[in-house]
Ligand binder design. Structure first.
Ligand code: PEP
Ligand code: MG
Length: 587
């Protein structure tokens, strides 16, 4: 007789996006049902519905207070009033009295009445041309969803935050969900969809949580409580691992630990090639809490601070003081090493629900990043003032994301100059010589990099987006992930063009996309003349180990050799063979 299905080992394969091995019990996170159920209740049941409503309002109040404390803790410091408006909604007697009346007169269940009355209030406020009232509308929507979830008992998008550690399995995770994961509770995660350069994957690497994505319908194939093993190196997700599998993985973990320890010993050494070229090696961060990992990694500062993560899980736009505190804490802890703060890059897969921005057909090509900031000057100025103030506490550089041409750099400079002037008038200290750079992640910017280079102090190539826009391949779409090729000749030509344009104008050029952390590609980036690499802190020691075993002269020869090749696959295989000759143990 065959073994019962429950204890038979089952293997699923996906895309490994964050290294590490995790073993534990599954917690399956299911999507909430958007529309609340609507059903009639008897007259005698109305009081019970009203009692359910009051209990859900009480529970919602507790959750908002808990969230307020948690977000304040993770950002480092938070304006405590951010959630006060949400608390006011759960205490709004006009709204609650109308819901109670409607339950009694219409004899309907509490969740459907609450959703419809609150929805009407929010819609009316949202239509008034007043920014304050529009924000109140967003608060009402947000709180209403939470009250409905508490009434229906659906866990919605809330993720487990404490208790026994879990391996999370979900259909999909938004970057804002991932940012809230606590590595002490979530040992790893697996999703049905996803890609390597999504911000969910980037966040997993930054939190050091092993992760595998694009495992098709895995969330339907496992149940909460299943015992599993997750391999974030090779992409295996194994349910009910057998004794043989467990002992195989114990060996793998031992080997990986050995390599990591060897790389850890490079921490205090310089990132220099055998023939003396210093490659500046920096780390990317998403939150102030990532600073300790940066220090631990031996990086020479931060090459990309993705500041939008300060906004994503916030119920309101973070105020100048909150941002200043976050930036100041990072900058002062890392001084004198530089910290490159990127101005707000919302949009694409980074949606701030509290902003309630209109949905777009093509969000990656839409009203995002610098385009949003140049219109929402209030938002932009708040951030720039906070960055300038933080510049008084160490070495701050600032850069703009999603620049498509020189005009945007000039418009941003006018706003930056206004902020400088305001701070001077107010007698507030800042670094007058703060360097300002542009990210090159759109082909139009790469092709006109010579024009942009004249207006800035440095260029930083965002290869994640540059590849997506050059090859027209959505970086989130796993169906076409095979077309997302960093070694595409067009991508390498654009990188070369940007480096040459920067150098011809006497400025340095870095790479801060995920390519910077792929040691197979380190020889190509060195040979192309890139001056700085910035990658997730966990990958910094590996990249340093690779650079230290290479010679710039050989890398330049490699770049000449691949010039004659016409396909991404051919270039990748030559680069891989080259890298394997110098450091097969790191691949
Ligand atoms: C990039 O596009 O390469 C980049 C570094 O920015 P992000 O990944 O945040 O879009
Ligand atoms: Mg980008």
């Amino acid at each position: 007789m065959s073994e019962p299905k429950k204890t038979v080992e089952r293997r699923f394969h996906g895309v490994p996006v964050s290294p590490g091995i995790a073993m534990g019990t599954v917690w399956v996170h299911r999507h909430e049902d958007e529309a609340p159920p609507r059903y009639a209740v008897k007259e005698s049941e109305c009081d019970q519905e009203i009692a359910r409503l009051e209990a859900a309002l009480g529970r919602t109040r507790e959750q908002i207070e808990e969230l307020q404390q948690r977000i304040a803790g993770s950002i480092g410091s938070e304006d405590a009033s951010i959630f006060d408006a949400h608390l006011l909604v759960v205490e709004d007697r006009t709204l609650i009295d109308e819901v109670v009346r409607t339950i009694k007169t219409e004899r309907l269940n509490a969740e459907s009445v609450f959703a419809s009355v609150a929805g009407r209030y929010a819609k009316t406020l949202g239509e008034i041309d007043d920014p304050y009232l529009k924000e109140r509308a967003v608060d009402i929507y947000d709180v209403s969803r939470r009250v409905v979830r508490n009434l229906t008992g659906c866990s919605g998008r809330e993720l487990p935050v404490s208790g026994t550690p879990w391996i999370l399995v979900a259909h999909n995770l938004a970057p804002s969900d991932t940012a809230q994961l606590d590595p002490a509770t979530v040992l790893g995660f697996v999703t049905d969809t996803g890609s390597k350069t999504s911000h969910t994957a980037i966040m997993a690497r930054s939190l050091n949580i092993p992760a595998v994505v694009a495992v098709h319908d895995v969330s339907q194939q496992v149940s909460s409580g299943d015992s599993v093993l997750l391999d974030g190196y090779s992409g295996w997700f194994i349910v009910n691992p057998s004794e043989a599998t467990l002992s195989e993985y114990a060996k793998i973990q031992q080997q990986k630990g050995l390599v990591e320890r060897e790389l850890g010993s490079l921490r205090e050494t310089e990132c220099r090639t055998l023939d003396g070229k210093h490659m500046v090696l920096s780390a990317n961060i998403e939150m102030p809490r990532d600073v300790s990992a940066v220090k631990q990694s031996g990086a020479e500062g931060v090459g990309l601070f993705r500041t939008e993560f300060l906004y994503l899980n916030s119920a309101k736009l973070p105020c100048e003081e909150t941002q200043y505190e976050a930036y100041r804490s990072v900058v002062s802890q890392l001084a004198p090493d530089p910290v490159i703060i990127r101005t707000l890059d919302l949009g694409g897969d980074k949606i701030m629900s509290a902003l309630n921005l209109p949905e777009e057909l093509n969000p990656f090509l839409g009203w995002r990043a610098i385009r949003f900031c140049l219109e929402r000057v209030d938002v932009f100025k708040t951030q720039i003032r906070a960055i300038l103030r933080a510049s008084a506490h160490g070495c701050v550089r600032m850069m703009y994301p999603m620049i498509s041409g020189v005009e945007e750099v000039r418009r941003a400079r006018v706003i930056l100059d206004e902020c400088r002037e305001e701070l001077r008038r107010e007698g507030v200290a800042f670094d007058e010589a703060m360097e300002v750079g542009a990210m090159i992640e759109i082909p139009s910017a790469a092709v006109s990099a010579d024009l942009i280079a004249r207006e800035v102090d440095f260029l930083s190539i965002g290869t994640n987006d540059l590849i997506q826009y050059t090859i027209a391949v959505d970086r989130l779409n796993e169906r076409i992930a095979h077309l997302y090729e960093p070694t595409h000749p067009a991508v390498l030509r654009l990188i070369r063009m940007v480096v040459e344009a920067g150098h011809a104008n006497g400025i340095w050029v870095g790479v801060c996309g995920e390519m910077a952390g792929e040691v197979v590609l380190t020889p190509l980036l060195l040979g192309l003349g890139v001056d700085e690499l910035s990658t997730g802190a966990a990958l910094v020691p590996r990249v340093k180990g690779a650079v230290q075993r290479l010679s710039l002269a050989d890398c330049e020869k490699l770049v000449e050799e691949i010039r004659g090749l016409d396909s991404a696959a051919a270039i990748h295989s030559v680069a891989e063979a080259f890298a394997a000759r110098y450091y097969s143990d790191l691949l």
